[in-house]
Design a protein around this ligand. Structure first.
Ligand code: GAL
Length: 754
């Protein structure tokens, strides 16, 4: 039985991988491109002589081909015969598609001198070229597919055609860089679309999973009849959990939104497959996704104290620390041995006051509910260094981008509380770029109309027991083109302090106008200026350096009193970005310490978007386990980047595992080191305060694999107790060697103690 099920899975996988349709109905545009920087609208004309232009490979950005650091306009041109015979062999004969891959950042495409499309959207046939490109984030990541009718007079069948691409690059890499480059007749995949990712998974009761699946025919003309198969299969053993086979008639424009539901235990790895087979041709289009597994157990009903075990504060600074805890019903918070000058609010656990002298205090926290009580020590360190554990919070950028507003910040703070996240230690609500207006004639920083009253907003966030962060740049402008702090540092910080800001992200960006090729001293300088300003106000403000790792910032971030520093460029919600950033952090490990954190950028789980419209993260569920596991081991600030008002059960489970978060918050503050790296897997290990070790096993392949672990390589010998932190279960004793199963791009997180 098990065997048959396995065979079935393999068969389905084969079908999935067979779904690409290629044939004589495709003309490749991989080679033959000409290129010039600059801009001249006559370069779109077919008669223009481009023989003096450079050759260029469309697979690589122009930076990699002799145009280092070039931002601005550039043109690509190619000549290509389009054979009419393509139509004959094609399955669908009414239109033709120009596929030009991804283009960084914006493009306009001309066919024989006439505009056929721009910016990655299919354009109305006669639209005129826009005078310039709007700055729209994220366009670089769209596949350019420009569709024309086969009767379009702009196509020269059986003759040479000239395709000219006008590109504008705002910053970073520029130009064409990603396949496919081709002219093709459309296939089933261009019209029949599945959506397995937009709707959330509903985990009902103990074991019913519900999910909406959308099947669309986006063609306005073509009808497709055939068979639809939907299957849910448990990965281990290939056990079928759900099968549906139906004949369907996809009439033009039809959208089918159907719910499937099946029985499963929520911690099992399950694949969902969907296939449509067109009846007359047998052509097939398939898709598959991993169903998220929920590993985090529900917190106990009795009280449990969560969050940081150590808190740093400077003498005389206003003290705010919220004791966080889970538990059913009303919780009562008390603290024994609180130093003079502090008091705790019994209802919400917020400790406030002022401590005037340097020193260390151990406070005995107690949280009670109707089922019992729980106690834990909190160490308070009054000294120069704050943020003794990495900040846990949320930041607006990966979610709202520049469309952030007062209302969205309030909603996020409310959701931080109502979702229960704040009960697990999540504290900061950080406003990223997009709040600034200008400095007035007296040098006061003014907020823009989206933030009518910053002081009231900060008060509101504090009233929920949370903290609030803000963003600025040492340059004239921020990355988003808003007002920066250059020349106004002292005054800006006075405003931040008066408003009640607790966190500052300070983003290099247009400081490159001041220091285009910065020396090591120039890299530090603007951060020293801001550091002085921060020390001149009577408020503890977490100082987050954002300059993408330039000059190995991890080596000197502490010398400018940074509490954290970005070690990389911006993260994206893809495996490429996540794994490239995450697995390259070993070099920074020696420099991490309490109050001095390496920051590999914010989290990309949940619904993200960098602007007004959001999408579910493109990371698979297992990749999201890798993300949280690795970032916890790296002692990274954890800043959630998704819309907190739309958290689904899976995302919430990822962010509320107290044993995983305890690794991130471990008071020893030592970042994990990489102890094993092969092409297929990695093992990272982190020393914890109680002498135990947190170990992360990461599968970098696309297949499930057992990762072998030699205890010697972990500098552990002899018997150890092993605990699986995601499921919060003891796994017994291990001695010299053990193996653990990991899913594709997935992770395991265990703790080993003597
Ligand atoms: C980038 C930074 C992002 C975000 C953005 C705002 O430089 O890395 O995290 O802050 O600027 O414009």
């Amino acid at each position: 039985m098990r065997r048959i099920a396995c065979l079935l899975t393999v068969l389905i996988m084969l079908l999935v991988s067979c779904s690409t349709e290629t044939g004589k109905d495709v003309v490749l545009l991989d080679t033959g491109w000409k290129f010039s920087t600059g801009d001249d609208m006559t370069w779109g004309n077919p008669s223009f002589n481009d023989s003096g232009w450079d050759n260029i490979n469309p697979m690589e950005t122009w930076e990699k081909q002799g145009h280092k650091k070039y931002d601005g306009f550039a043109w690509y041109r190619i000549r290509q015969v389009i054979p009419r015979s393509m139509i004959k062999t094609a399955f669908l004969k009414d239109s033709i598609i120009f596929r030009l891959g991804k283009i960084d950042d914006c493009d306009q495409v001309f066919l024989n001198g006439a505009l056929i499309g721009e910016n990655g959207t299919t354009m109305a046939m006669n639209s005129l070229p826009s005078a310039d490109f709007n700055k729209i984030w994220g366009k670089w990541d769209l596949n350019r597919n420009y569709v024309l009718s086969v009767n379009d007079p702009r196509i020269q069948w059986d003759k040479e055609n000239v395709i000219a691409v006008r590109v504008f690059d705002f910053s970073g890499p520029g130009g064409m860089f990603s396949q496919p480059f081709e002219i093709a007749m459309p296939g089933l995949k261009d019209y029949v679309r599945f959506d397995l990712t937009s709707s959330p998974y509903d985990f009902e009761g103990e074991n019913i999973l519900k999910k909406n699946i959308v099947i669309k025919n986006i063609s306005g003309k073509n009808e497709f009849k055939g068979n639809l198969v939907i299957r849910a299969v448990e990965q281990e053993g290939g056990i079928g959990l759900y099968t549906e086979k139906t004949g369907i008639d996809l009439t033009p424009g039809l959208i089918i939104d159907k719910q499937i539901s099946f029985k499963t235990s929520f911690d099992k790895a399950v694949n969902l497959f969907i296939c449509f087979t067109e009846a007359t041709t047998g052509k097939q289009i398939c898709d598959t996704v991993d169903v998220p597994r929920i590993l985090t157990p529900k917190p106990p009903k009795g009280p449990r104290i969560t969050g940081a075990k150590v808190f740093g504060v400077r003498p005389w600074s206003p003290f705010q620390f919220k004791v966080t805890a889970t538990g059913e019903g009303r919780l009562k918070y008390t603290a024994l041995d609180l130093p003079a000058g502090l008091k705790i609010n019994e209802d919400d656990g917020v400790i406030t006051g002022v401590l005037k002298k340097k020193g260390e205090f151990i406070v005995k926290l107690k949280v009670e509910n109707h089922l019992g009580f729980c106690e834990r020590d909190l160490k308070i360190v009054v000294g120069d260094v704050i943020s003794l554990t990495p900040p846990l919070g949320w930041n607006s950028w990966n979610c709202w981008g520049l469309s952030v507003s007062d209302e969205k910040i309030r909603q996020s703070a409310d959701a931080m509380k109502s979702s229960g996240l704040s009960d697990h230690g999540w504290t900061y609500i950080n406003i990223d770029d997009g709040w600034e207006y200008m400095h007035d004639k007296d040098g006061n920083i003014l907020t823009n109309s989206k933030f009518p009253n910053m002081r009231a907003l900060c008060d509101y966030v504090h009233s929920l027991g949370l903290k609030i962060g803000i963003y600025s740049s040492p340059g004239r402008k921020t990355c988003g083109g808003y007002e920066g702090s250059l020349g106004f540092e002292e005054k800006d910080v006075q405003h931040y302090a008066a408003w009640g800001i607790d966190y500052l992200k300070y983003d290099w960006c247009s400081y490159s106008e001041v220091a285009p090729d910065p020396t090591p001293e120039q890299l530090k300088y603007p951060y020293q200026v801001m550091r002085r300003a921060l020390r001149n106000v009577n408020r503890d403000i977490h100082y987050s350096l954002c300059q993408y790792g330039m000059g190995d910032v991890w080596k000197w971030g502490a010398s400018v009193d940074g509490n954290s520093w970005r070690t990389t460029g911006d993260i994206e919600d893809t495996w490429e970005s996540l794994s490239l950033i995450g697995f390259s952090q070993d070099k920074c490990s020696p420099y991490s310490a309490p109050g001095r954190w390496n920051d590999p950028d914010m989290l990309v789980v949940g619904r993200v978007g960098w602007g007004p419209s959001l999408h579910n993260t493109r990371l698979t569920p297992e990749e999201q386990y890798t993300h949280i596991t690795l970032w916890s081991l790296l002692a990274s600030p954890l800043l959630i980047g998704c819309d907190l008002t739309q958290l689904d059960a899976f995302t919430l489970s990822l962010l509320t595992n107290d044993e995983v978060l305890a690794v991130n918050q471990d008071p020893l503050g030592k970042q994990a080191i990489q102890v094993k790296k092969t092409g297929e897997y990695e093992i990272w290990i982190r020393d914890l305060e109680d002498g135990s070790k947190a170990v992360g096993l990461f599968n970098k392949t696309e297949k499930a694999m057992n990762i072998p672990v030699e205890m010697k390589a972990l500098t552990l010998d002899g018997k150890c107790q092993m605990r699986d932190l995601w499921v919060q279960k003891d796994l017994g004793q291990v001695c010299r060697h053990f193996e653990m199963k990991t899913w594709p791009h997935g992770a395991r997180l265990i703790r080993l103690s003597k």
